[in-house]
Design a protein around this ligand. Structure first.
Ligand code: FE2
Length: 186
């Protein structure tokens, strides 16, 4: 059965693969090795759409409010910390997006800028996922009953459609799987 925490954990696994790939890419670009801007653009689409617009919205619009209604404190507690990290992640996505645009015409300086932001983003997210899994999802598994877990999972499916449009969720995951296979996972 699809439960809220299973869906989020599965997405973390999928996102981790792309973060590892982006780390490898950032080291390569930082060394000055040429990388097609198209590869960088694909990574950015995944971060912007799959991670920020979809995954973080599932947490912010559905999952966190449900936990709050169950007595998990929003501010000053684990939820507040998670929200702050989402904001930091958004700022890094913005920084990476600007650098990725500039990378098309100015490989060296913009490449280094992208590499730095991508490295920071990956570090932040990997740590953030660890905290969510070890603290928040465990808490959720204790306070949410099976029906609530299933209801949230159904709301997640609806949200995917609203935020990304039909079929886009699978399309983004497939695009990244193919990109990683083509370029090596490093
Ligand atoms: Fe999160």
């Amino acid at each position: 059965m699809a439960t809220a925490t299973r869906v989020l954990r599965r997405e973390h696994q999928s996102i981790r693969q792309v973060l590892n790939f982006a780390e490898g890419l950032s080291m390569k670009i930082d060394r000055g090795e040429h990388t097609s801007p198209e590869v960088v653009d694909k990574v950015m689409s995944f971060f912007r759409l799959f991670v920020d617009r979809c995954h973080h919205s599932k947490e912010e619009d559905v999952f966190f409010p449900m936990l709050e209604s169950k007595g998990v404190r929003a501010w000053g507690g684990p939820l507040g910390m998670m929200l702050m990290e989402h904001e930091r992640a958004r700022a890094l996505i913005q920084e990476m997006s600007e650098a990725a645009e500039a990378y098309k015409t100015d490989e060296e300086a913009a490449g280094k800028r992208w590499a730095r932001a991508a490295w920071d983003y990956s570090g932040l997210m990997q740590e953030h996922f660890g905290k969510e899994e070890d603290v928040l999802f465990r808490m959720a598994d204790n306070v949410l009953g099976p029906e609530e877990q299933a209801t949230i999972a159904a709301d997640f499916a609806k949200l995917e459609n609203e935020k990304l449009g039909p079929g886009k969720y699978e399309e983004l995951e497939t695009m990244m799987k193919e990109l990683i296979v083509q370029n090596g996972s490093r």
